[in-house]
Write a protein that binds this ligand. Structure first.
Ligand code: SAM
Ligand code: SF4
Length: 354
């Protein structure tokens, strides 16, 4: 029997300017403020759409709709876009993909971005190549990693990722911790699949001083497999965790614009939930994205994007800044997962950058 969950509709936002974004001109100065009053300081940069494993909720089992390698932005182009973003108020950058560690010299990019006046520079990885790259990344100035791991069970790891790479992932985590990286573990939560993993993976994270964050399954898979009944909700996982580990206290001072709602166990260790489906956080969104092929996006679920490659070819910082502002100005109030009007984005997660 299908399990029903309640999906909250996105909170309606009031535009702060009269009329629609079409009617009000894109500002030509100031920070990255949209027509709903949200200021954008957080930039997710995808460095590749390729991956070395094939999580079923992200990639097809075989093949993939990849862009040509020649179409990927160079590291100097990425640096240039990041600098333009920083001039406009970007303060946090997270590198992602696809699998970012597949870009051989990604540590060079980290080193270059670490020179910018950021409050946070992080990288999201499936950790398959982490043991090989962790030392270079640390030397390059990276301090924070988000490591994606859904299960410690080898059979389920294979079922989810269609690859036998769990041992390499665990070795990568161990090495990165020994090098002093701060790590958040990201686990996608899927009904009738990962319920048995919630307790063991939380224990694993707490024992190693890592925060664990559970991400609700979102309609971003390459094959359109998603349906709402597969979403294991944050509320359900919280109940499961409290039954095992005792009460969870909401963390009052956590950043209200961060996607994860965080809680603390009695011993101080943390757990977060990214409840994009059951509790969308669009009204606080401060994020912008850059795809590996040079498109700015204001939302994971956006149905439009801004091509910045011409501005890069023309070497025009002014045009780059205009395109940043334009993209933010066109930002919608939020996605509508669960509503009859919802349409999945034209690109799957690996091609947008998670
Ligand atoms: N390959 C890296 C990784 O897996 O961390 C970076 C890219 S991946 C697209 C970024 C994040 O997206 C991962 O934490 C993954 O768990 C999450 N993700 C991918 N598909 C998802 C989906 N359909 N629903 C929820 N999260 C998803
Ligand atoms: Fe690869 Fe990350 Fe997508 Fe999994 S979620 S297939 S690791 S890009």
């Amino acid at each position: 029997m299908a399990h029903l969950i309640q999906i909250a509709p996105p909170t309606p936002l009031t535009r702060q300017t009269a009329g629609s974004s079409e009617a009000s001109p894109v500002p030509s100065s100031g920070g990255l403020i949209d027509t709903h009053g949200r200021t954008h300081t957080d930039f997710r940069i995808s460095v590749t759409d390729r991956c070395n494993i094939r999580c079923f909720y992200c990639m097809p089992e075989e093949g993939g709709d990849y862009g040509p390698v020649s179409g990927m932005l160079s590291f100097s182009d990425i640096r240039r876009v990041a600098e333009a973003g920083v001039r406009l108020g970007i303060r946090k950058i997270r590198l992602t993909g696809g699998e970012p560690l597949l870009r051989l010299r990604v540590a060079d990019l980290v080193e270059s971005l670490a020179e910018l006046p950021l409050t946070d520079l992080a990288l999201t990885t499936n950790a398959v190549l982490l043991a090989e790259r962790a030392r270079d990344l640390r030397k390059a100035g990276l301090g924070r990693l988000n490591v994606h791991l859904d299960t410690l069970n080898p059979a389920r790891f294979f079922q989810i990722t269609r690859r036998n790479e769990l041992a390499r992932v665990l070795a990568g985590i161990d090495l990165a911790l020994s090098l002093g990286f701060e790590i958040k573990l990201n686990a996608v939560a899927i009904r009738n699949l990962t319920e048995p993993d919630v307790i063991p993976i939380t224990r694993f994270a707490r024992q190693r001083g890592m925060e664990i964050r559970f991400i609700e399954f979102m309609p971003l898979d390459a094959q359109g497999l998603w349906d709402a009944s597969q979403v294991l909700t944050a509320a359900e996982m919280r109940r499961q965790l409290e039954a095992e580990f005792g009460p969870l206290e909401p963390i009052a001072d956590s950043d209200p614009r961060a996607p994860a709602v965080e809680y603390r166990f009695a011993d101080g260790s943390k757990v977060g939930f990214i409840a994009s489906v059951s509790r969308p956080f669009c009204q606080n969104c401060n994020r912008l994205r850059l795809t590996a092929d040079g498109k700015l996006r204001y939302c994971l679920f956006a149905r439009e994007e801004t091509d910045i490659r011409a501005a890069l070819r023309e070497d025009s910082d002014q045009e780059l800044e205009r395109l940043f502002r334009k993209t933010v100005w066109e930002k919608w109030p939020g996605h509508s997962i669960g509503a009859p009007t919802f349409e999945a984005p034209q690109r799957p997660m690996y091609s947008i950058g998670g």
